[in-house]
Design a protein around this ligand. Structure first.
Ligand SMILES: Nc1ncnc2c1ncn2[C@@H]1O[C@H](COP(=O)(O)OS(=O)(=O)O)[C@@H](OP(=O)(O)O)[C@H]1O
Length: 339
């Protein structure tokens, strides 16, 4: 996890919120003390190392530090001679899909510069303007592309219009995962912060006996991918969107990242040589390039043990999502095999 300094928050505690479901909706995020932004996400590049502690320093927008990036060979050059650009590619979703893994893996590429934290510009900070947004980005050389990730964009109604207004040619990456597993992952995360919330089943179903699913609960609603995709298609051709399988990202990270690099028009430099399977974590992790130093796994909040949910509930949710999944597969022309 992050260092204590990273976790220190400068805003007051939230007022008590009544009702379990509200507790599970996204609340405005506090920011690390000293940050000038009010709503940068706490989903930071919380990579952990095998062998030594490798916590990254806090990101303070607008300061000329290089912690936005991992150090590929030419990052120093980019820092000295580069300039801040609006992103040419954005990982727009989905929450708990595997977005941090894609960002950390793609930023290994020497032609990629990435912002480490989530700026939440197109949902929470839009009124701050494009100059504010650009200033958050790391410096990059002309040939390098700038990438950011904010998974809540995918379910933000205004985001497609706002993003296309910024740049109609921006490339969009969506990391999708079985919506049932995604919902359980989302709930597990909330439960870890608020242990007193109602059970998953109480929140997921209006009526447990009839199996009527409560689509107003965010953890369920986010998984209606076909629904959320429609507004994007009013602003972007589907060819400008790339869908990463959150499942394959775990079983074959190099394969998924090859497709991401192709989509971004990058040479396939992030390959199977960069990954190893960490048995303790149960996930692929990054090898340290050149063999020196420690390898890097994502942090403890990535790859949590999920809350146990009874099989009938899971089966009912699978049934519920099936037609939505099929519509999604048809729209994107790809079968993710979530049945
Ligand atoms: N290599 C690797 N290491 C660790 N975790 C990995 C990896 N690849 C994918 N994942 C999956 O990423 C899930 C978290 O998704 P996100 O990063 O999108 O979460 S967040 O929305 O930013 O909070 C996280 O979900 P949980 O397993 O539920 O914790 C992981 O399953």
């Amino acid at each position: 996890m992050h260092s204590p300094g990273y976790q220190q928050l400068s805003c007051p505690p939230y007022p008590p919120i009544l009702g379990g479901k509200k507790l599970l909706q996204k609340m405005p995020l506090c920011h690390p003390s000293g940050a000038t932004a009010t709503s940068l996400s706490t989903d930071v590049p919380d990579t952990e190392c095998t062998g030594r502690n490798h916590t990254e320093p806090p990101q303070i927008p607008g300061t000329p530090s290089d912690h936005h990036t991992h150090p590929p060979g030419n990052s120093t050059t980019a820092l000295r001679y580069g300039h801040k650009k609006l992103p040419q590619a954005i990982i727009v979703g989905v929450k708990k899909g595997g977005t941090r893994a894609v960002l950390e893996f793609i930023r290994v590429h020497p032609e990629v510069r990435a912002m480490g934290t989530e700026p939440h510009f197109f949902d929470r900070n839009y009124e701050r303007g494009l100059d504010w947004y650009r200033n958050l980005m790391p410096r990059s050389l002309d040939r390098q592309i700038t990438v950011e990730k904010t998974p809540s964009y995918f379910v933000t109604r205004e985001a497609p219009r706002r993003i296309s207004h910024m740049s109609p040619r921006v490339k969009l990456i969506v990391v999708v995962r079985n919506p049932v597993t995604r919902a359980i992952s989302d709930y597990t995360q909330t439960l870890s912060k608020k242990p007193d919330i109602p059970s998953f089943s109480e929140l997921a179903f209006h009526n447990r006996t009839t199996g009527e699913v409560d689509t107003s609960w965010n953890a369920i609603r986010i998984g209606l991918y076909a629904l959320h995709l429609q507004p994007w298609l009013n602003h972007f051709p589907i060819s400008q969107m790339h869908f990463v399988s959150g499942e394959r990202l775990i079983t074959d990270p190099a394969g998924e990242m090859a497709r991401v690099q192709d989509f971004l028009g990058l040479k396939r430099l992030v390959t199977d040589k960069h990954f190893y399977f960490n048995k303790t974590k149960g996930f692929p992790c990054l090898k340290k390039p050149g063999g020196g130093g420690a390898p890097r796994c994502l942090g403890k909040s990535k790859g949590r043990t999920h809350v146990q949910i009874n099989t009938e509930d899971i089966e009912q949710l699978r049934e519920f999502y099936r037609p939505h999944n099929i519509k999604f597969y048809e729209t994107v022309g790809q079968d993710f095999h979530w049945e």
